[in-house]
Design a protein around this ligand. Structure first.
Ligand SMILES: Nc1ncnc2c1ncn2[C@@H]1O[C@H](COP(=O)(O)OP(=O)(O)OP(=O)(O)O)[C@@H](O)[C@H]1O
Ligand SMILES: [Mg+2]
Length: 298
């Protein structure tokens, strides 16, 4: 059985931040203990129901990809033991698979997104003006169509309660400088290409993915947070893919589709989910983990 955790409590550790999904604790001055909860956010609202096992699945899938891409880009993992970082008396079984010990980095204030297919806000922007983040694309592309080349489409990191906004590369350069901006762009596309190729061999298309980066005290760049999870990426079963329609997916689209059937204004508080939607979402995440990483959590 997967464990269920909505909100972590770790007496004795300093809670720095409760994000929509992760609880972040300080470990001394230079490291963090990051705990992925089972909270699910959709349309940037945290829903009242946890998805059992989601946090464990997110952490395991991220660890898998961090390992596979370490040669392309250093990442925030220290490899240190979670068991040793947890305060005495805490239920190890509840925390071990959902937590990591990381370097404490200074976040680069942009969302680094790579897209290989035209969907979501990319599709919307393209329909409006033929470009995505200032990148001009060929005319006549259909919804969900594969792009000639993967593209880097950064967005702002929105404050709580607001939505991310797509920005041009020039704006990234203006925010973090040309050198760092180029490193982020190259790393994001390299990680995306690697993952897309790997996943395609397993019958999954990675339509797009969002990465976060941070720098250490010496200004060295690392990829951090989560990597190529169903929360940060769109995964499509290759056999059901058809350009021109929005494909079914192994990601949050399942719950988003349910929410779209409701008369909900997409403001907090979010609606209670039916049991079948909770179980269906958990099953989608488990399927992504199994097909991509060959991992099952029991
Ligand atoms: N190694 C790291 N060093 C510093 N911060 C990190 C590191 N890894 C992740 N983070 C930050 O920890 C937080 C993780 O929480 P979570 O993913 O739940 O956030 P979110 O809800 O997506 O975004 P936010 O918390 O910014 O609203 C994010 O703010 C992320 O930028
Ligand atoms: Mg996040």
């Amino acid at each position: 059985m997967p464990t269920v955790l909505s909100h972590s409590t770790l007496p004795g550790l300093t809670l720095l931040h409760r994000g929509k999904v992760r609880d972040v604790y300080a470990l001394g001055a230079d490291e963090l203990l990051i705990v992925a909860s089972d909270r699910l956010s959709a349309f940037d609202v945290v829903l009242p129901d946890p998805i059992p096992g989601k946090g464990e699945m997110l952490t395991q899938i991220s660890n898998f990809w961090f390992g596979r891409t370490a040669a392309l880009m250093p990442n925030h993992l220290t490899g240190k033991s979670v068991a040793e970082a947890l305060p005495a008396g805490v239920d190890l079984a509840l925390y071990e698979k959902r937590s990591v010990v990381t370097r404490r980095l200074k976040p680069v204030p942009v969302e680094a997104i790579a897209r290989g297919y035209l969907i979501g806000s990319g599709w919307k922007d393209y329909q409006a003006g033929g470009t995505v983040c200032g990148i001009r694309l060929p005319a006549g592309l259909r919804q969900a169509e594969k792009l000639p080349e993967p593209i880097f489409t950064p967005s702002t990191k929105a404050a709580l309660g607001t939505h991310d906004e797509n920005i041009g590369f020039d704006q990234v350069v203006a925010t973090i400088g040309a050198d760092l901006a180029e490193q982020v762009r190259v790393a994001t596309l390299a990680i995306y290409r690697h993952a897309a190729e790997y996943a395609a061999e397993r019958g999954i298309l990675v339509a797009d993915t969002k990465l976060e980066f941070g720098t250490d005290a010496d200004g060295r760049l690392y990829v951090m947070d989560e990597m190529l999870t169903p929360d940060s990426s769109r995964f499509w079963p290759a056999e059901e893919y058809r350009a021109g329609t929005s494909p079914p997916s192994y990601d949050k689209q399942f719950v988003r589709d349910y929410l779209e059937t409701l008369d909900w204004n997409k403001q907090a508080p979010g609606p209670i989910l039916p049991r079948a939607v909770i179980e269906g979402t958990a099953a989608k995440y488990a399927e992504a983990l199994r097909r991509l990483a060959g991992i099952t959590i029991d």
